[in-house]
Design a protein around this ligand. Structure first.
Ligand code: F0G
Length: 460
């Protein structure tokens, strides 16, 4: 059958009622939450686009897996199913299960990083960089310049800039670089993919210098879809084959299974080298759990094993997933609101620095815009700008990323096209009254990953 639209390859079997609130209720709720959407009660949220992490709807087959999960402390059958799924779909022989992505990042960083090391990567992610720094390493951004430009219509804004990577190697020496941290479909750049050609070239460069390539393969599926759409020679490949091909240019990967893998909790570190796997497992038992569950229950692992296979069971799932994100992005773009383009794989990213051009960056425009959207409609997004970037551990000043964004992340298989229409209408309405939005200042600033728990008040 010829597909004429991105329409979903599933129908709805069970529904969950959503709370509809009044503007007055939402005004109270945002004050109580210190203008931080992470601190809202979900009972006060209508359409929750805070994150695409752990918010997917599972299939009937996955729910059935919950009943069949093997809760044995050691040697669980569900763990074996997980290892087989990771080996078949991603191609890594060694799977180290963790409670979620940051658990895998923690273990990987502790195994590979020695204090003073440098870890180049294609843009930072909050928890990934935290664990690299926590292990005594220093992250250096080597993503292409186009990634920082919301309007550059580059098809692969997630690419590694090979000249920047070479310059870091020349400057600090390959022996100070345990691995290059390469993220598929770069979250902080707006869900932007890298090309297979770029990944292969990165892998070749690293191999020549004896440096490992460790993927953050959390959104490798969405990256695979963009390769199929945009990279010459891969039009006829299945996303299953493309995911395998992506991983073939790496020595291992950390994965937060709460995204592509269609489960509500879970993750893993997967590697080729049995020695790295051995060291990781010996830390795992201290920090996560036994090496055959690593923080997940047997039923979690069963649902995860099924989710991994389901995501690449044909291309229609990812077509609909990315298609829905593009649908929302196109509506918001047509309303004249500046967003990151091309629209990314997991959400729409509004350029808050442009929308609230009257606010200085130190008054947190993206945080303020996120709060204003919530008050307008009960749609919950997330700040991805100066607040998320945190402070430089050496100078103590804010990191100042060029991107100052409101992220509207779309959960997988959860909301309908009419929900997307409501979101776009609200963004358009807030945009019309943008000049009334005031800046914010901290009333509480946490020491680590401050965006999760920070509190703010409006500047009079
Ligand atoms: N890597 C990437 C690219 C991520 O997006 C995330 C989480 C992680 C690692 C950490 O995984 O949450 O399972 O510990 N991103 C979520 C988000 C929190 O909303 O973007 P985790």
């Amino acid at each position: 059958m010829t597909r004429r639209s991105w329409a979903e390859p599933w129908r709805i079997k069970m529904v969950e009622p959503l709370p509809i609130t009044t503007r007055e209720q939402r005004e109270k709720a945002i004050v109580a939450a210190g203008y931080n959407t992470f601190l809202l009660q979900s009972d006060d949220v209508y359409i929750d686009l805070l994150t695409d992490s752990g918010t997917s709807a599972m299939s009937d087959h996955q729910w059935a897996g919950l009943m069949e999960g093997d809760e044995a402390y050691a040697g669980s059958r569900s763990f074996r199913h997980l290892c087989e799924a990771v080996a078949d779909v991603y191609g890594y022989p060694e799977t180290i299960p963790t409670h979620q992505g940051r658990g895998a990042e923690h273990i990987l960083s502790q195994v590979l990083i020695t204090p003073g090391d440098v870890i180049p990567g294609n843009m930072y992610f909050t928890t990934t960089r935290f664990h690299q720094e926590h292990a005594g390493g220093r992250f250096v951004d080597v993503i292409v310049d186009e990634a920082h430009d919301t309007e550059a219509l580059h098809p692969f804004k997630g690419n590694v800039d090979l000249a920047k990577l070479q310059a870091v190697i020349d400057e600090v020496g390959a022996e100070r670089i345990p691995y290059v941290s390469v993220e598929t479909n770069v979250n902080m750049a707006g869900g932007q993919p890298m090309s297979l050609a770029n990944l292969e070239a990165t892998y070749d460069l690293c191999r020549r210098h004896g440096i490992l390539v460790m993927l953050d393969a959390t959104r490798a599926l969405e990256n695979a879809w963009f390769i199929k759409q945009r990279e010459a020679g891969y039009e006829d490949w299945s996303v299953a084959d493309l995911v395998r091909r992506i991983c073939s240019f790496s020595d291992g990967a950390t994965v937060s299974s709460k995204k592509d893998n269609l489960v509500n909790i879970g993750g893993f570190l997967a590697v080729r080298d049995p020695e790295i796997a051995r060291e990781a497992r010996s830390l795992l038992v201290a920090f996560e759990g036994l090496h055959t569950y690593g923080g997940m229950s047997g039923r979690d692992m069963e649902a995860l094993a099924r989710g991994i296979r389901e995501m690449v069971d044909g291309d229609d799932h990812v077509r609909a997933r990315v298609g829905q994100v593009e649908y929302l992005g196109d509506l918001i773009h047509k309303a004249g609101v500046p967003i990151i383009r091309p629209v990314g794989g997991h959400g729409v990213f509004i350029d808050a620095a442009k929308v609230l051009a009257h606010l200085p960056r130190d008054e947190f425009p993206a945080q303020a815009l996120t709060a204003a959207v919530y008050v307008d409609s009960g749609v919950r997004g997330m700040e991805r700008g100066i607040v998320s970037a945190g402070r430089d551990p050496v100078t103590g000043d804010h990191h100042r990323p060029r991107l100052e964004l409101v992220r509207l992340a779309i959960p997988r298989r959860v909301y309908t096209q009419s929900h997307m229409d409501v979101v776009a209408e609200s963004i358009g309405a807030v945009y019309e009254t943008r000049e009334q939005i005031r800046g914010l200042r901290f009333t509480y600033e946490p020491d680590h990953l401050r965006f999760f728990q920070a509190r703010f008040e409006p500047i009079a």
